[in-house]
Design a protein around this ligand. Sequence first.
Ligand SMILES: Nc1ncnc2c1ncn2[C@@H]1O[C@H](COP(=O)(O)OP(=O)(O)O)[C@@H](O)[C@H]1O
Ligand SMILES: [Mg+2]
Length: 273
Amino acid sequence: MSDTPYQDDRGNKDRSITRPGGGTAQPHAPGRTTPAPGTPFLIGDAMTGGYGKGPDILHACTIAVDPGEIAVIVGPNGAGKSTAMKAMFGMLDVRSGHVMLDGEDITDLSPQQRVVKGMGFVPQTQNIFTSMTVEENLEMGAFIRRDDFRDTMAQIYDLFPILKEKRLQPAGELSGGQRQQVAVGRALMTKPKVLMLDEPTAGVSPIVMDELFDRIIEVARTGIPILMVEQNARQALEIADKAYVLVQGANAHTGTGKELLADPEVRRSFLGG
Ligand SMILES: Nc1ncnc2c1ncn2[C@@H]1O[C@H](COP(=O)(O)OP(=O)(O)O)[C@@H](O)[C@H]1O
Ligand SMILES: [Mg+2]
């Protein structure tokens, strides 16, 4: 782990943003209710399925993430990256395969039930309420909570100071990078045990992309495992503990970010040499 870019002194180490028993625990920490040894914290295992009555888009696709990790999915347009995320979040019929969260089979749960179980998901599009203020967006994120969420909101404002500054502005008036911060912040309001992000840096400048990656690394440092789809493959692999290349709905390459960056086939096919 010491060779991953974010294992340094950067970032917020306040773990209270996550719920007890969540992704903060080490995989085999004593006292934790560990399922079968070696079962990842979140796994979409051999997922096959498609939309409605349409053809299969995913073909025995497997994606997993463990506590302390950033896992990244890359691959060409239309490869099924978003579909794999939707399958894990319960927005797609998984015709065969399973989704397991913290040792529990959640394959048959609705998206909302998965949120209650601790999944935070930021979809690729339409991930904020543009006519609502920044703060109202965050409040909407807390919809499953019955407790006082002001501490969580304060933590999110610490993580994304610009959101505090703009908290009374309609989210639709913000820049692309700031909107993505609102979307991530909204997902964090549920105190997720795992955070799934579909192309969090889509359409932003390279500088804003770097900033967003830094914030995402910071969230990972608080103990929340992160699974994200990225079209900026090279940069994403640089921060990935675990990485998947999907092609036509199937796993094409799997490894650490470093391994895939060094893989000649991955370089030739997906990284422009
Ligand atoms: N809502 C949908 N209904 C039917 N087909 C879809 C839908 N969304 C995506 N697809 C199809 O699924 C395939 C994978 O798409 P997607 O998962 O969005 O790819 P990626 O995120 O890797 O670019 C594509 O062929 C796309 O046309
Ligand atoms: Mg997509």
